[in-house]
Write a protein that binds this ligand. Structure first.
Ligand SMILES: Nc1nc2c(c(=O)[nH]1)N[C@H]1C(S)=C(S)[C@@H](COP(=O)(O)OP(=O)(O)OC[C@H]3O[C@@H](n4cnc5c(=O)[nH]c(N)nc54)[C@H](O)[C@@H]3O)O[C@H]1N2
Ligand SMILES: Nc1nc2c(c(=O)[nH]1)N[C@H]1C(S)=C(S)[C@@H](COP(=O)(O)OP(=O)(O)OC[C@H]3O[C@@H](n4cnc5c(=O)[nH]c(N)nc54)[C@H](O)[C@@H]3O)O[C@H]1N2
Ligand code: SF4
Ligand SMILES: [Mo]
Length: 752
C-alpha cells in the first residue's frame, strides 16, 4: 500500500480562498482539513472544502468532451470536439457577423486561473458585443460605483477587520457566504475577536441571518430600502456636523455635491420605506462617525436591486465622510501581489473607467466593463434582425438557473444554431449544447487566485501545486479558450495552433512588462527552466513584476512563483496599509466622491420615499452547504435536511393558513412553483426567502445526486426586464410574489 502524502491546496470554491491540507494515498483523497499554517485562513475551512474530494471523484463530472450526434451528447475525442466547434461557429460568423455569437461566463470562471486569465482574451478574439457574465447578476453596481470613485473596476475598499471596532454589514451574510469582494475566511472568528476587544457588529438585513445572529444589533430592513437608509445616514452626518475628512481632505472631490444630494433624505422621510426608525438611523450615523476605527461593508443584498449602483456608492461615501476610508481599522485597500490594475502603471492617476461604448440591440442597455446585462441574453437570442444571437459559448455559466427568466433562456438556447459549453457537468444550461469541453478537477491544477487577493483581509501571496498529475491528454481550460479564440478568428482549429498563438502573445507581454534587456532574458530563462506556458507563465510574469516581486533579479528578496510554491501556507505580506492616493487611477488624481450618474440616480430614488410597497416580496439566501447552482451533486453537501425551502414569517404563514412543513404555491413573473414552507420568525413580515440555484429536475440533466432533491428555480419567479439602470445589474430581491396554500392532493404529489 502506498504511503500517505500531504499537499497544500487553496480551495477554489468560494472567495474565502482557504488553505487546505490534503492527505492522499495514490490517487485517492484520504483527508482534507484546514491548513493550520496558512497565512490567510489559519486552519479554517467550511464543509464545502471537504467536498473537493466528492467533486474530484464525482462520477457525473465530465472527463471527456461530448459532441451532439443524432440528437444526443456522446463522448468524443478532443480533436473531434474542436472540429465540431469550428464547423458550428465559423459559418455563423461568416453569415451573420461576430455579434451573432454570444459569450457568457459564470462564477467558477473567477476561481480558476486558466479561466479568468483567458476568458477576456477569448472575448477579444471573438469581437462580439454580446458578452454576458454573472457580474450583472451580482457585483457590477459595486464595481461601477467604486470604479467611478477610485478609477478602476476592482479598486474596492474592504473592512480592516483585524483592527476595526465598529462594523456595519449591510446586505451580506458572510457567516454563510464566507465573504464576497472581501476575502475573509473564518468570519466568525474575526467577528468574535472584534467583539472581544469591545467592538460592535451591526447587521442590516431583511432576515435575521446567521451573521445577524452573532451581531450586537440587527435591523430588519424592508427589501430595497437601502438607498433611503444610506442616504439618510449621510444626511445625518451633514446635518449634525459629523463630517470628518481627516487625512483625505483635499483628496475628495464633490463633498458639497453630496451634501445637497442627500438633503431630501431626512431620517423621518426615509423611515417608512426602509422600515428602520429615525432614531436608529441617527444613532447609527453618530456611532459610525464617533468610532475611531469603523467601517461600512455592503454586498450583494445592496447590489441586486434597482438602486444597486447608488447603494454601493453611498456605502463608500459613509466611509469617506467619517474619516474611515483608507485608515487602519476602517475601509482599506488590499495590495495584491499579482494581476491588480491598481498596482500597475504610474501611481495616483489614470484613465478612470468608461461605460456605454455600445448598447444592447433590443433594450439599449449600456455596455459596462465590456459586458451587457445577463437579463438581456434571452431577448438578444429571440429577437430577429441583424445582430441576433444565433450561437453561444458558455464558460462555467448556468444562466438557466442563475439568471432571472431562466426558463425563457432555456427555450431560446434550444433554438440556437450552435452552442458550445466549457463546463464540468451536463446540467440545465449545458444540456442544450452541441459540444461540451470538460474542465479539469481543481486537484489537478496549479492554482493562484487572480482576483481575490485584491480583497484580502491581509496582504499575502499563496499558490498551490497540483495535488494529482493531470491526464496529459486533457486540454487545460486556458488552452480550450485559446483554441476557441483561434477558431473564431480564423487562425486555426487545434490546441497546437493555439499554443503557438499564445506563446507569441506571451512574448509580446513579456517584453512589455520587462523591456528587452537582462530582465526579459531572465524571464524567458525562468519560464523555460520551470516549463511554464500559458496561464502559469503569465502568473510567473505577474508575480515577479508585481509590487512584491523580484523584478526578475532587480529586487533579489522579492517574490517568484517558485518561492511562493515552496511554502505550505503562503507568504504573509502584512496588514493592510494606507494606499491613497497611490492606488487611485482616476483622471483627476483624487477620489470622485460625487460621480454625476450617482447624483442623478439619488435624485431619481426619491420616488422610493412615497412608493406603495407590495404585500409580499421574495428575497434569496445562501446556505453554507451549497454554492450557487452547481454543488448539489456532491453527496457530502447534499445530505441532511432539505435546503430549498421557503422561509415565511409566522404572521404571513398564519394569514395564508400555512403550517411549518406544508406545501404552498409561490407565483411571480408568470410562473408558479411548489415550495415547502419553513415557518421562521427570522424573517421580516411581508418578506419570504428562497435560495437560488435549484431546479435540477429538467430532462437531460446528468446530475444523479442533485436529481434526488431537485428543488425549484427561484429565478423562474423573477422578471428579466428590471435592472439597476447604470450597471445593468439584475434585480434579484424584493420582487413581488403571491403565496397560497396548496390543496392537499396536489401537495402530496408535489412533495414526492
Ligand atoms: N435569484 C438569485 N439569482 C442569483 C443570485 C442570487 O443571489 N439570487 N446570485 C447570483 C450570483 S452572485 C452569481 S455569481 C451567479 C452564479 O451563477 P453562474 O455564474 O451561472 O455560476 P454557478 O451556478 O456557480 O456555476 C456555473 C457553471 O459552472 C460550472 N463549473 C463548475 N466548476 C467548473 C470548472 O471548474 N470549469 C468549468 N468549465 N465549469 C465549471 C458548473 O457546472 C455550472 O454549470 O448566480 C446569480 N444568481
Ligand atoms: N455557501 C455559499 N457561499 C457563497 C455562495 C453560495 O451560493 N453559497 N455564493 C458566492 C457568491 S457567487 C457570492 S456573490 C457571495 C455573496 O456573498 P453575500 O453578499 O454575503 O451573499 P448573501 O449570503 O446572499 O447575503 C446577502 C444578504 O442580503 C440580504 N438581503 C436581501 N435583500 C436585501 C435588501 O434589500 N437589503 C439588504 N440590506 N439586504 C438584503 C439577504 O437576506 C442576505 O442575507 O457568496 C459567495 N459564497
Ligand atoms: S469557506 Fe469553504 S468553500 Fe470557501 S474557500 Fe473556505 S473551505 Fe472553500
Ligand atoms: Mo456571485
Amino acid at each position: 500500500m502506498e504511503s500517505p502524502r500531504t499537499s497544500y491546496r487553496i480551495c477554489p470554491l468560494c472567495e474565502a480562498c482557504c488553505g487546505l491540507e490534503i492527505t492522499t494515498r495514490g490517487r485517492e483523497v484520504v483527508a482534507i482539513r484546514g491548513a493550520p499554517n496558512d497565512v490567510l485562513s489559519r486552519g479554517y475551512l467550511c464543509p464545502k472544502g471537504y467536498a473537493l474530494k466528492d467533486l474530484h471523484e464525482d462520477p457525473d463530472r465530465l472527463r471527456q468532451p461530448l459532441v451532439r450526434r443524432g440528437g444526443t451528447l456522446q463522448p468524443a475525442t478532443w480533436e473531434e470536439a474542436f472540429e465540431a466547434i469550428a464547423r458550428g461557429l465559423q459559418p455563423v460568423i461568416e453569415q451573420h457577423g461576430r455579434d451573432a455569437v454570444a459569450l457568457t461566463f459564470g462564477n467558477p470562471a473567477a476561481h480558476k486561473m486558466g479561466l479568468l486569465l483567458y476568458t477576456g482574451r477569448l472575448a477579444k478574439a471573438l469581437g462580439s458585443r454580446n458578452v454576458f457574465s454573472a457580474s450583472t447578476l451580482d457585483q457590477m453596481p459595486k464595481q461601477l460605483a467604486n470604479g467611478w470613485m477610485f478609477g478602476h473596476w476592482l479598486t474596492m475598499p474592504i473592512p480592516d477587520i483585524a483592527r476595526t471596532d465598529w462594523l456595519l454589514v449591510i446586505g451580506a451574510n458572510p457567516m454563510a457566504s464566507n465573504g464576497s469582494l472581501w476575502c475573509v475566511p473564518d468570519f466568525r472568528g474575526h467577528a468574535k475577536a472584534l467583539r472581544q476587544r469591545g467592538g460592535k457588529l451591526v447587521v442590516i438585513d431583511p432576515r435575521r441571518t446567521e451573521t445577524a445572529a452573532i451581531a450586537d444589533e440587527h435591523h430588519a430592513i424592508r427589501p430595497g430600502g437601502d438607498v433611503v437608509l444610506l442616504a439618510a445616514m449621510v444626511h445625518v452626518l451633514f446635518a449634525e456636523g459629523l463630517v470628518k475628512l481627516g487625512r483625505l481632505e483635499g483628496l475628495l472631490d464633490g463633498v458639497d455635491a453630496v451634501r445637497s444630494a442627500v438633503t431630501p433624505y431626512t431620517p423621518e422621510a426615509a423611515a417608512a420605506r426602509c422600515g428602520v426608525d429615525p432614531e436608529t438611523i441617527r444613532r447609527l450615523a453618530r456611532e459610525l462617525a464617533a468610532a475611531p476605527r469603523a467601517a461600512v461593508y455592503g454586498r450583494i443584498g445592496t447590489c441586486v436591486q434597482r438602486w444597486g449602483t447608488v447603494n454601493s456608492w453611498l456605502v463608500e461615501v459613509l466611509n469617506a465622510l467619517t474619516g474611515h476610508l483608507d485608515e487602519p481599522g476602517g475601509a482599506m485597500f488590499a495590495k495584491a501581489a499579482a494581476f491588480a490594475d491598481n498596482t500597475v502603471g504610474p501611481p495616483g492617476r489614470g484613465r478612470g473607467i468608461v461605460t456605454g461604448r455600445h448598447a444592447s440591440r433590443v433594450s439599449g442597455a449600456p455596455e459596462v466593463w465590456g459586458e451587457l446585462p445577463m437579463t438581456c441574453l434571452a431577448e438578444e437570442m429571440e429577437t430577429p434582425g441583424e445582430g441576433q444571437v444565433r450561437a453561444l459559448i458558455s464558460v462555467a455559466s448556468n444562466p438557466v438557473l442563475s439568471a432571472p427568466g431562466g426558463p425563457r433562456i432555456a427555450r431560446a438556447l434550444e433554438r440556437l444554431d450552435f452552442m458550445v459549453s466549457l463546463d464540468i457537468y451536463v446540467n440545465e444550461t449545458t444540456r442544450h449544447a452541441d459540444v461540451i469541453l470538460p474542465g479539469q478537477s481543481p486537484l489537478e491544477l496549479l492554482h493562484y487566485d487572480t482576483a481575490f487577493p485584491q480583497f484580502s483581509w491581509r496582504n499575502q501571496a499563496r499558490a498551490s501545486a497540483p495535488v494529482f498529475e493531470p491526464d496529459p491528454a486533457h486540454v487545460p481550460e486556458w488552452l480550450q479558450l485559446t483554441t476557441l479564440g483561434v477558431i473564431v478568428s480564423g487562425r486555426g482549429s487545434t490546441p497546437a495552433q493555439a499554443l503557438q498563438v499564445d506563446d507569441e502573445a506571451l512574448e509580446v507581454e513579456l517584453q512589455r512588462v520587462t523591456g528587452s534587456g537582462a530582465q526579459a532574458e531572465a524571464a524567458r530563462a525562468a519560464m523555460q527552466a520551470q516549463g511554464l506556458r500559458g496561464a502559469e507563465a503569465r502568473l510567473e510574469l505577474a508575480l515577479r513584476s508585481g509590487p512584491w516581486g523580484d523584478g526578475f533579479g532587480v529586487r533579489p528578496e522579492g517574490l517568484t512563483l517558485e518561492r511562493v510554491l515552496a511554502t505550505s501556507g503562503g507568504i504573509d505580506l502584512g496588514e493592510l496599509q494606507p494606499r491613497l492616493p497611490e492606488a487611485l487611477r482616476t483622471p483627476c488624481g483624487r477620489v470622485e466622491l460625487a460621480p454625476p450618474v450617482c447624483l442623478q440616480e439619488l435624485q431619481r430614488a426619491q420616488e422610493e420615499l412615497h412608493a406603495v410597497q407590495p404585500e409580499l416580496v421574495v428575497i434569496g439566501r445562501r446556505d453554507v452547504r451549497s454554492n450557487n447552482s452547481w454543488m448539489h451533486n456532491l453527496p457530502v453537501l447534499a445530505k441532511g435536511r432539505e435546503r430549498c425551502t421557503l422561509l415565511v414569517h409566522p404572521s404571513d404563514a398564519a394569514s395564508r393558513g400555512l403550517a411549518d412543513g406544508a406545501m404552498a404555491t409561490i407565483a411571480g413573473a408568470g410562473a408558479a412553483l411548489p415550495v415547502r414552507v419553513e415557518v421562521s420568525d427570522a424573517m421580516r413580515p411581508g418578506v419570504v426567502c428562497l435560495p437560488h440555484g435549484w431546479g435540477h429536475g429538467e430532462p437531460g440533466v446528468q446530475l444523479g445526486v442533485a436529481a434526488q432533491r431537485p428543488g425549484v428555480n427561484l429565478n423562474a419567479l423573477l422578471p428579466d426586464d428590471v435592472r439597476d439602470a447604470p450597471s445593468g445589474n439584475a434585480v434579484l430581491n424584493g420582487v413581488a410574489v403571491t403565496l397560497v396554500a396548496m390543496p392537499a392532493v396536489a401537495a402530496l404529489a408535489a412533495a414526492d
